[in-house]
Design a protein around this ligand. Sequence first.
Ligand SMILES: Cc1ncc(COP(=O)(O)O)c(C=O)c1O
Length: 393
Amino acid sequence: MHLAKRIVNVAPSATLAISNLTKQMKAAGEDVIDLSIGQPDFPTPKPIAEAAKAAIDSGAASYYLPTTGLPALREAISTRIAAQNHVHYDPSQIVVTTGAKFALYSLFQVLLDPGDDVLIPVPYWVSYVEMVRLASATPRLVNSSAQNFKVSVDDLEAARTPHTRAIVLNSPQNPTGAMYTRTELTQIGNWALKHDILVVADEIYRDLVYNGANFTSMVAIDPAISANTVLIGGVSKSYAMTGWRIGYAAGPAKLMKAMGTLLGHSTGNATAAAQYAAIEAFGGSQAPVETMRQAFEQRLNLIYPLIQQIPGFELLGKPSGAFYLFANVKRAAQLTNFGSVDDLLAAILKDAGVALVPGRAFGLPDYARLSYAASVTDLTEAAKRLSAYIHNN
Ligand SMILES: Cc1ncc(COP(=O)(O)O)c(C=O)c1O
């Protein structure tokens, strides 16, 4: 069977692969603690789910919607962005998509030509690289010289080419939880402006920030920078709605219009019932977001020192946001006589029953990502198992 060249070289999502393997092990009755998945472990707050039910019961969710999203939802997103970032987007500058994932995918489709490149800081969320490739462009990986998982203007300048069309900046960052400061964003935003490079600001974790850290959005810096930025957001992480598949892009009208054309020939509108739910998420009480944020903060404060104490697990610093720890475990692999971190993590899954994602998936093969979107009981037990495994092997 012939497969298009476009897909043959695309690596399947490593995070989905490990989480599927973990699910299979669990289904077979094995005692596995899954710290591999990138989703809140809470159910969607009731009022949000009720809004979807009401839309189904009334019949409102039965029909095609405007391709770029319900006007009331785009309005609610605009209001939420304005409340958080003090920037106004006309609803025509907002496109609702099937998850933030498809916002990014369709943005790259309408932005990139063969020969273009996109700067992607390392470590990166798994899908950026493949999405850029699927748009026939070239991902250019940018290593941070500062050892804090954040790229500087100097790092970016060293990687820039005449064909650089965009940079993807994810803050707070998956997989590290690192967050860019206002000063850093200002420098990067101005550098991008100067070189006519679009900033793709993936701020999907923006509501999940801990221990008093201050989040600044790229679009909140100044009007020139926000006009040169596409903001990516969604309901998955803030509202525990990964299954509903609602995300958005907000940015220059010309780009958003082109995305609408692409959606018109691909997904059409994102699922209607999910859009009604998202109106309640963005527009309703934000109390559930704060409740969940506090739970993640408590878990971070619990798990961080426990992981720090495990021999061979090295953490750069306490993360500011998202819900991941990204540990350098090369020394742990050496201590346990494994040839590679991948082998160590495979053995930890099989023999200690803890699922972590190999750092290779994020561009740093010496690392492992641990999601603390899990119960306190599971996190405590997982830390115990990891520690015992390294001590006993
Ligand atoms: C950094 C980042 N961006 C975007 C997404 C996509 O989110 P969704 O498609 O669920 O809205 C994820 C999900 O894991 C993510 O971690």
